[in-house]
Design a protein around this ligand. Structure first.
Ligand SMILES: [Zn+2]
Length: 72
């Protein structure tokens, strides 16, 4: 997977782009970098990264949805 272009759409390879963020070696420096890395995490199934970088507001709304799904 190291030599493939990063799925987020930069000209960089995956290993030089979002992989560093998803593996926790480095934090994205910009909001755009964060959104790109979350997109890549979504495509590569990096669920832990998606949960770890999710805004608390979205966690709360997901919980509400989960609870209402459980109630039906
Ligand atoms: Zn990337």
């Amino acid at each position: 997977m190291a030599k493939i272009p990063c799925p987020c759409g930069t000209e960089l390879t995956y290993s030089n782009c979002c992989e560093m963020f998803i593996r926790g070696k480095q934090l994205p420096e910009t909001a755009e970098g964060l959104m790109r890395s979350r997109y890549t995490a979504y495509l590569t199934g990096a669920v832990d990264y998606l949960v770890a970088t999710r805004h608390p507001d979205f966690l709360a709304s997901d919980e509400a949805k989960n609870i209402s799904a459980w109630m039906m």
